[in-house]
Design a protein around this ligand. Structure first.
Ligand code: PLP
Length: 458
């Protein structure tokens, strides 16, 4: 490809009009959610006390395509879609790789990640059904920010339980959510019975996504005209995110380029599902290698057991068949708060089980160092979650250099790291341990490390 074409854009009218549902394309159906008491499959209506009805309908739909409402498309355009696909020409040069590397820019939304794709849809369906308030949890705050923006967009109240360690690490995320009009509290909080119980038993508990989900569910049951909204894991969330992969496919086709490898980081699996689902649903891409990147600190896909487990810590959700580290697993306080989840989407679990995707796990210092390399090469500081995908892409590009293969590597830059600088500062200060070499290079000069401002140990 012509090396001057580094940004592949779509017109507004090229934005997808339908979501792609991967379920009809799976080799085997995914096992249904079950009632934890009886172990029996749960009728979809049972989920309607928790979720907006249209989301429940989509959760169990076997239709291959589902229309995107005009109001949602309008909002998505307003907030930056279609997003660019960018060629990482700087990174390719730095790595001296024959590989072509492309990244899908989900960082360009106002809240800084892909999360608004489903938040807008869920808020729209809620508004249409007369719901006045949405409750949710958030890890790093990207999801909470997207819910706050989407609720402001459709004039609904937003209540956000933010995992305490991330609330402290990413201080201005709370302020951003409040700017959109949301109410935000650190979780475990004092607002719910479950939060109070955890706070009494473990006064310094860092919080987990599982606990924050329990709090948001308890809140939903305790308030009139409130529904719970989830930013990952469930089928309808991955469905909404399929617009990422559809756009990516159209952009690659536009430059006549075929992906050998597609990479996404995985927390609950929505951005990974979003970029990969349209490719998985299309036989033409059956030989494209698909890699899920996760932290070694929370190795759900690489070490979790494929079993029925609760989605939250208090056991308020139905049980889902997924890879899980156990609903009471408390991951170390890594900065990639959005990847600190004990489980993962049943769709992603099934794809791993069926051998369609592979998973790799990475150390925090390695992904942050790869994030710095990316910033230096491309000018964009990735969210620590997205830096997992960057690291996997860098490894693949080095492998291509070593085997002298002209691979095409595509990854989802699911978010920017502007609210996550404490993570990079901690790396550069040496607070996270020895700073690793990236491709044999030391990215941080020892003298600049010594003169860095001190960052509180988090
Ligand atoms: C930037 C970013 N990427 C990825 C994730 C992981 O979530 P998911 O696996 O649902 O994409 C998060 C979660 O907060 C995130 O903020």
């Amino acid at each position: 490809m012509d090396n001057t074409i580094t940004r592949i854009l779509l017109d507004i009218e090229d934005m997808p009009r339908q979501y792609v549902n991967v379920i009809p394309y799976l080799k085997e159906p995914i096992p249904p959610p079950v009632n934890p008491a009886s172990g029996e499959p749960l009728p979809p209506e049972a989920l309607e006390s928790i979720f907006v009805k249209e989301c429940v309908r989509q959760e169990v739909s076997d239709r291959k395509r589902i229309d995107i409402p005009a109001e949602v498309r309008e909002g998505l355009v307003r907030y930056g879609r279609p997003t660019p696909l960018q060629r990482a020409i700087g990174l390719e040069r730095l790595l001296k790789t024959p590989a072509e590397i492309y990244y899908k820019r989900e960082d360009v939304t106002p809240t800084g990640s892909h999360k608004v794709n489903t938040a807008l849809a869920q808020a729209f369906y809620a508004k249409k059904e007369g719901i006045e308030r949405l409750a949710t949890e958030t890890g790093a705050g990207q999801w909470g920010s997207a819910v706050a923006l989407s609720c402001a967009h459709f004039d609904i109240e937003a209540m956000v339980y933010m995992v305490r360690v991330s609330y402290e690490q990413k201080r201005y995320r709370g302020a951003l959510m409040r700017s959109y009009g949301a109410r935000v509290v650190p979780s475990p909080s004092t607002l719910t019975e479950f939060g109070r119980k955890i706070n009494t038993e473990h006064p310094n508990h860092p919080g987990t996504l599982g606990i924050a989900i329990s709090e948001a569910l308890e809140d939903t049951f305790a308030h009139a005209n409130t529904k719970y909204t989830l930013g990952s894991v469930l089928n309808h969330v991955l469905l909404h995110q399929s617009i990422i992969g559809q756009e990516t496919m159209a952009q690659l086709e536009k430059i006549d380029t075929f992906p050998d490898i597609i990479i996404g980081c995985v927390g609950g699996g929505s951005n990974f599902g979003g970029i990969t689902i349209p490719f998985i649903a299309d036989k033409k891409y059956r030989n494209t290698k698909i890699i899920a990147a996760e932290p070694t600190a929370c190795p759900t896909l690489t070490k979790g057991e494929y079993c029925y487990d609760f989605g939250d810590t208090a056991g308020l959700t139905p049980k889902l068949k997924m890879h899980s580290l156990g609903a009471d697993f408390t991951p170390p306080k890594i900065h990639a708060g959005g990847l600190r989840y004990h489980g993962v989407a049943p769709i992603i679990s099934a794809l791993l089980n069926q051998g369609r995707i592979t998973a790799r796990s990475f150390e925090q210092t390695d992904i942050l160092a790869a994030g710095l390399l990316f910033a230096r090469a491309e000018g964009i500081i990735p969210a620590p979650e997205s830096a997992h995908a960057v690291k996997a892409a860098v490894d693949e590009a080095i492998r291509a250099r070593e085997s002298n293969e002209k691979k095409v590597i595509v990854f989802s830059l699911s978010g920017h790291g502007h609210f996550d600088m404490e993570a990079y500062a901690a790396l550069m200060n040496g607070q996270l341990g020895e700073v690793p070499l990236v491709d044999g290079q030391m990215l941080i000069q020892p003298e600049s490390m010594a003169s860095m401002v001190e960052v509180k140990n988090v």
